[in-house]
Design a protein. Structure first.
Length: 160
């Protein structure tokens, strides 16, 4: 009887482990991670931290006022695109939170699936935590006009 009980307990434990692995690799985990990684432009403590990090890590290319570099849609002599603006005139708000976080953390080449894609944009994996990246992007979003923020919220809703 002890052996049967032990086998039944082991079977239940294996089934639970299998369920946990399935959940972690499924859309449920991605949705949960997306929820945690959502930008929070109304969180004043987070956006203050984001403003500080942006000033130290991003402003030298993207501009202190999010204005980006001149002619940002045209490749320079080096073949690279200049840094785009992150204000309402740019395209940042056209992308859902999860994609903005991935681009910042993993780089454009990884997100585009093209290891040969050349960009001046650093990869911040290992340099900034995901929470720091969310803080920066939340600060950027907090600077957008209400109508642009509302459109970005719709883009996020459609991406889920």
């Amino acid at each position: 009887m002890k052996t049967a009980t032990m086998l039944a307990t082991a079977g239940v434990a294996l089934a639970a482990l299998g369920g946990a692995v399935w959940w972690a690799s499924s859309d449920h985990a991605a949705e949960s991670n997306q929820e945690r990684a959502a930008l929070r432009p109304d969180d004043s403590r987070l956006t203050a931290r984001g403003a500080s990090i942006y000033a130290a890590q991003c402003a030298s290319c993207h501009g202190a006022n999010l204005q980006g570099q001149p002619n940002w849609r045209e490749r320079g002599p080096d073949g690279l695109l200049p840094a785009p603006p992150h204000d309402a005139s740019g395209h940042t708000w056209h992308h859902p939170d999860a994609l903005l976080i991935r681009i910042t953390r993993d780089g454009v080449a990884a997100v585009a699936g093209d290891p040969n894609y050349r960009t001046a944009m650093p990869i911040y994996r290992g340099l900034m935590s995901d929470e720091d990246i969310v803080a920066v992007l939340s600060w950027i979003k907090s600077r957008w006009p209400e109508d642009v923020r509302a459109k970005h919220d719709q883009i996020n809703a459609q991406s889920r």
